[in-house]
Write a protein that binds this ligand. Structure first.
Ligand SMILES: Nc1ncnc2c1ncn2[C@@H]1O[C@H](COP(=O)(O)OP(=O)(O)OP(=O)(O)O)[C@@H](O)[C@H]1O
Length: 313
């Protein structure tokens, strides 16, 4: 089997108004693998993917998809590449199912649309025009349109953004199947859970360039944070919102406590069995139930924040 990468980006530069929003970016994606591109808002992910899709021409560097130039060889690539744009990118006056059937007719060997519509739950809004679809429904239709031609390369820009949990699971299952069938899947996402669950290879982009890459396991192992060997993170999910600030005093010096959401907080520091006991006792005194405890394992989100910092873009 030939092993040239399905997508190969070298030294990509894209400027807007003289500002390089993609600045010497390298990216490789292979057949039969899901490559997830992560990065803060404005990092240059969509611009990079749009250059791969032939929607934007690079200012410098090279982009090859299946060995071809996405701009110059667009007509040759179109039947072999599936694209799901961030805003759906579908014409708004067409009914959902007509849209899918119309696109399917353009391919020699499309996926049967009845089955595809059923598994992505399109039947419930088959006769609704794209304009009237909810955000998540539009995303599901856009995904169906992207995959109906059995693409060898599939670009998904934030595929599950705005989707309910049921749809997200259906999308993940479909992406895994396509990957297992040999497609090269490139997806951008802000969902760390999506990257952890789907990606064979993760590329972290910031300020238009790649700042880290590898498998999820590689990235978790290569933690760049300040944690010393002895330190760990205890992520605590709770049944009721609780301000964990007082817990810091209880745990003493060397511990940090971070409120993450209404139902979770994280304790960082030299986490020991006694620490877990202290945390649960402190919560019990407040009549708050622990619904989940994760110990000792940095998450992809921890790594991502270490790499890209905490300032808003
Ligand atoms: N057509 C355009 N004209 C001018 N600036 C643009 C254009 N398209 C994108 N940009 C800018 O390029 C930068 C990168 O945008 P891009 O959409 O690639 O980021 P992203 O990583 O996909 O971000 P997000 O996570 O928010 O989707 C941003 O600062 C954006 O404002």
């Amino acid at each position: 089997m030939p092993h040239s990468p399905a997508v190969e980006v070298r030294g990509l530069v894209k400027r807007y108004d003289g500002r390089a929003v993609v600045d010497g970016l390298d990216l490789t994606a292979s057949a039969g693998r899901v490559t997830a591109v992560l990065g803060p808002n404005g990092a240059g992910k969509t611009t990079t993917v749009e250059c791969c899709e032939g929607l934007r021409a690079p200012d410098a560097g090279s982009v090859r998809v299946l060995g071809l130039d996405p701009v110059a060889d667009g007509p040759a690539l179109r039947p072999r590449v599936g694209v799901m744009l961030q805003d759906g990118g579908l014409p708004t006056g067409v009914r959902a199912r007509e849209m899918l059937d119309h696109v399917a007719r353009m391919y020699a060997d499309p996926v049967p649309t009845d089955a595809l519509a059923a598994r992505l739950g399109l039947d419930a809004f088959a006769r609704t025009t794209v304009r009237r679809l909810s955000g998540g429904q539009r995303q599901r239709l856009a995904l169906a349109v992207a995959v109906v031609g059995r693409p060898q390369v599939l670009f998904l820009d934030e595929p599950s953004a705005g989707m309910d949990p049921q749809s997200r699971l259906a999308v993940w299952e479909l992406v895994r199947e396509l990957r297992d069938a040999g497609a090269a899947v490139v997806l951008t996402t802000h969902l760390m859970e999506e990257a952890e669950g789907l990606a064979d290879h993760v590329v972290v982009v910031d300020h238009g360039t790649v700042i880290a890459q590898g498998s999820v396991a590689d990235l978790l192992a290569s933690g760049t944070g300040t944690a010393v060997d002895d330190d760990g993170t205890l992520v605590v999910r709770v049944s009721a919102d609780v301000d964990p600030a007082g817990l810091r005093e209880r745990l003493g010096a060397g511990f940090g406590v971070e409120h993450r959401s209404a139902s979770s907080f994280a304790v960082t520091g030299p986490v020991r069995p006694g620490t877990v006991a202290d945390v649960t006792a402190w919560l019990a005194e407040r009549d708050v139930l622990v619904t989940r405890l994760d110990t000792g394992r940095r998450t992809l989100e921890d790594v991502f924040l270490d790499l890209t910092g905490r300032s808003l873009r």
